[in-house]
Ligand binder design. Structure first.
Ligand SMILES: [Zn+2]
Length: 71
């Protein structure tokens, strides 16, 4: 099982970001996902860096649909 460690937004507990290990396949079709890269965004005046990526299959994997294995 291929996994990646990425930083994503934290919506469940408190605002900000969290680092998680994710099973690196598309939640929709199971194909491998693209290379993650850091992107900066602003929320309520605070700046965060989170990973974003494109998938060759064309599906968009929302953070809440990722298969988190650790974190
Ligand atoms: Zn897909």
């Amino acid at each position: 099982m291929e996994t990646r460690i990425v930083t994503i937004t934290n919506r469940d507990w408190f605002r900000g970001t969290k680092v998680v290990e994710v099973e690196w396949k598309c939640p929709t079709c199971g194909e491998p996902m693209g290379e993650p890269k850091l992107r900066r965004f602003c929320e309520d005046g605070e700046w965060y860096d989170v990973h974003v990526w494109d998938n060759e299959c064309g599906h968009i994997a929302k953070y809440r649909h990722l298969k988190i294995v650790n974190g």
